[in-house]
Ligand binder design. Structure first.
Ligand code: DAH
Length: 336
C-alpha cells in the first residue's frame, strides 16, 4: 500500500497518474481485486477486512487527488510557457503616420536657432498693411511691393506675404536686445513647379546696441547654419536688394546635386541651372527706416529670411514643390 502511495506521489504526468489509478482502482485494479476477495472472507472477518480496504482506498484517493492538483498546476505552467507571446517579436506597424518633410525641416531649423538662444515668435496670418509692408520700408506705391503677389482681403488686410512682419511685432512688443526667429505660413498668388500659393518661411532677427552687430556676425551665423543643414558646402554672399535691409545679400550654397566628391567642386547641372550654385536665403543689416517705424534708436541688427519648402526640397532631393502638398502617401511614406 505504501508502495502505491509513493508511486502516486512520484508520478510525473497526469497520464501516468491516470494509469496508476486504473492499476489500483480500475476494473482489474489491485484494490478492486482485493475487494472481490470479500466473498471468500469468513463472515466474522468481513467487517474488519472491508474497513481495512476502505481505509486503503481512501488513502489512495486522497493521494491521487493531491497529486492531481500538483500535476495540473505543473501542466498549466508548461502550457503557459509554450503559448507565451513575445510581444517584442512583432515589428510594430508604423505605416500610419510620418512627419511631413516641411514640418520636419521647420522643426530642424527652429531647434538649430533655439540652441543659439533665439526665441520663437509668432504673428497673425492675416496682416495689416503697416506690419506686412509699411514698417518694413515698403511704402505705398513703392515699386518693391510688386515683388509680392499679394492676396488682398477686405478693408485693406492682406494674407501675410512673408514672415518679416513678425520682426516688426516683436520689436514693438519687446525691448532690445532681441534674438528671434519666426517660423510660419505665408501666402502669395503664384503656382508653378517652384511656387505654391501657401508656403512656409523662417524669419530671423538679431538686435543689439548701436555698433555691436556687423555684417561679419551675420555672415558667420549664416555660414555655420548652412553647413549644419547641408554639410560640407561652399557659401557665397551676393549683393542684392530688400527694402528692409541695407546692405542686403542673397546667399548661395555650392550645388549639392552636381558636387564632385573628390574635388568638392560643383560643375553645374539642371537643378542649379548650370551655375554650380543654389540660392537658399536672403539677409542683410536692418535698414534705419525699419528702426524708425518701430521707434528704435541707437541699435544695430541683422535679419534673414528663408523658404522652408526650398530647404526641404534640397535636403530630400524633391523635384516638384507642388508634390509636397498633394498628400500622396507614396511620397510622404518615404520620410518615415
Ligand atoms: N521677406 C523676404 C521674402 O519673403 C525674405 C527676407 C529677405 C527676409 C531678407 C529678411 C531679409 O529678413 O533680410 O522674400
Amino acid at each position: 500500500m505504501q508502495d502505491w502511495i509513493e508511486k502516486i506521489n512520484s508520478s510525473e504526468s497526469l497520464e501516468q497518474l491516470e494509469q496508476l489509478r486504473v492499476d489500483i482502482l480500475g476494473k482489474k485494479g489491485v484494490l478492486t481485486l482485493e475487494f472481490a476477495k470479500m466473498k471468500t472472507v469468513p463472515n466474522e472477518e468481513k467487517k474488519a477486512f472491508a474497513q481495512n480496504l476502505n481505509t486503503q482506498k481512501a488513502s489512495i484517493n486522497e493521494a491521487l487527488e493531491s497529486q492531481k492538483t500538483i500535476l495540473m498546476a505543473k501542466a498549466l505552467e508548461l502550457q503557459l510557457e509554450a503559448e507565451r507571446i513575445d510581444v517584442t517579436k512583432f515589428t510594430p506597424n508604423l505605416n500610419h503616420a510620418a512627419t511631413h518633410p516641411v514640418a520636419d525641416t521647420m522643426a530642424q531649423i527652429t531647434s538649430y536657432f533655439q540652441n543659439l538662444n533665439f526665441s520663437v515668435e509668432e504673428g497673425p496670418l492675416v496682416e495689416d498693411d503697416f506690419h506686412n509692408f509699411e514698417a518694413l520700408n515698403l511704402p505705398k506705391y513703392h515699386p518693391a511691393r510688386d515683388m509680392q503677389d499679394t492676396f488682398y482681403c477686405n478693408d485693406g488686410a492682406v494674407l501675410r506675404t512673408h514672415t518679416s512682419p513678425v520682426q516688426i511685432r516683436t520689436m514693438m512688443s519687446q525691448k532690445p536686445p532681441i534674438r528671434m526667429i519666426a517660423p510660419g505660413t505665408v501666402f502669395r498668388k503664384d503656382f508653378d513647379i517652384t511656387h505654391t500659393p501657401m508656403f512656409h518661411q523662417i524669419e530671423g532677427l538679431v538686435i543689439e546696441k548701436e555698433g555691436v552687430v556687423s555684417f561679419a556676425n551675420l555672415k558667420f551665423v549664416m555660414e555655420e547654419f548652412l553647413t549644419h543643414m547641408f554639410g560640407d558646402v561652399e557659401v557665397r554672399f551676393r549683393p542684392s536688394f530688400f527694402p528692409f535691409t541695407e546692405p542686403s545679400a542673397e546667399v548661395d550654397i555650392s550645388c549639392i546635386f552636381c558636387k564632385d566628391e573628390s574635388t568638392g567642386k560643383s560643375s553645374g547641372c539642371r537643378v542649379c541651372s548650370h551655375t554650380g550654385w543654389l540660392e537658399v536665403l536672403g539677409c542683410g543689416i536692418v535698414d534705419e527706416n525699419v528702426f524708425k517705424a518701430v521707434g528704435y534708436e541707437k541699435v544695430s541688427g541683422y535679419a534673414f529670411g528663408l523658404g522652408i519648402e526650398r530647404f526641404a526640397m534640397l535636403i530630400h532631393k524633391i523635384g516638384d514643390l507642388r508634390s509636397l502638398f498633394e498628400s500622396d502617401i507614396r511620397l510622404l511614406g518615404q520620410f518615415r
